[in-house]
Design a protein around this ligand. Sequence first.
Ligand SMILES: Cc1cc2nc3c(=O)[nH]c(=O)nc-3n(C[C@H](O)[C@H](O)[C@H](O)COP(=O)(O)OP(=O)(O)OC[C@H]3O[C@@H](n4cnc5c(N)ncnc54)[C@H](O)[C@@H]3O)c2cc1C
Length: 369
Amino acid sequence: MADFEIAVIGAGVVGLAIAARLSEKHKNLVILEKNEKYGMETSSRNSEVIHAGIYYKPGSLKATLCVEGREELYRICRKHNVGHKQITKIVTATNESELMVLEATYANGRENGVPLEILTKQQTLALEPHINTVGSIFSPTTGIVSAHELMDCYYHLAVSNGVTVQHHCEVVGIERRGGEYAITVDEGGQRSVVTSEKIINSAGLYSDKVAQMAGIDIDKAGYRMVFAKGSYFSVASTKAKLVSRLVYPVPHKETLGVHVVLDLGGRLRMGPDTEYMDELNCDYSVAESKRNVFAESVRRILPAIADEDLAPDMSGIRPKLQRRGEDEKDWIIVHEAQRGLEGFYNLIGMESPALTASAAIAKHVEGIL
Ligand SMILES: Cc1cc2nc3c(=O)[nH]c(=O)nc-3n(C[C@H](O)[C@H](O)[C@H](O)COP(=O)(O)OP(=O)(O)OC[C@H]3O[C@@H](n4cnc5c(N)ncnc54)[C@H](O)[C@@H]3O)c2cc1C
């Protein structure tokens, strides 16, 4: 008999949400996490926005699970006192030529079932007098959340349901043995094997590598990811009251654009930009040299920001299936039975809006389990 019924690899917001949900019915779960604590990678390096679901391709997993997950997330936050605020958002067109993109974005959002309103220049300025606009979309269901508190919540729900969480425990090998999986783990240089009937690969930036460990040819399968760093600059506190909600430019092909992010403490940040990386490295430093370029793109939406108002802040790395110049790619959430890996579930390319959608992703995984 295997040590565990289900092993979840990775304790980011997605793995934790899955463990919290599955542990309501399955009693023998383990989470294997390589870092000393849960949530130390992408899940704690993002905009903490509860996305409404405006941008994603209708019918995609991103669209459906974002819309469903957003409402579920608000319910979880209210029930478990997770810090959040339905702060709302404006997507602003800054010149006439962007109005067409704005309309297409509105139509896409409506097709996804997102409540949205088109505002004129005057209506927009009545809400946000300091932004540059010729018209906008108002999104009443967009919000912000404390990603740390959300992960604490999922973690405690999982642990109180009896889930074992093994930190400092890196998965380095996976082998199918009879009806179970032998998982080789490295704990500070010490290697051992744990066995599990099922595996859920929720390893974020390393999920393609984990799939490879199980014997999947990730190039043939289309699982090999690319990585895009997103940096943020913080704005001087004297300028923090220039906006009272999230303000985004119209979206571009690979990014939502450098936007104005407010956190629950009222701190204003700008970001993230999109910098494709040649290879994955965990250099999260933010280059001071980006300040000018950053300030210029920020001034397109908030003209009162001067270069010296910005200071390098934090960054995160997006695990993407979409290569530079390609159209958006959907998340991969699959049971790999057809590859001879019965009971092996892959979650790959879990970029934004997976924080928003975490609870709905967990429900979806339960559905295919
Ligand atoms: C700049 C930026 C801004 C974003 N903004 C938003 C936003 O506003 N709203 C939103 O909804 N989403 C946003 N996102 C996306 C969101 O942050 C991610 O989609 C989400 O955090 C992914 O969670 P995860 O659990 O899949 O991955 P992660 O948080 O990366 O967790 C994966 C875990 O797996 C562990 N792991 C990896 N390999 C192994 C191994 N071999 N053995 C054991 N453990 C392993 C890692 O240590 C890690 O803890 C943003 C992302 C970025 C980069």
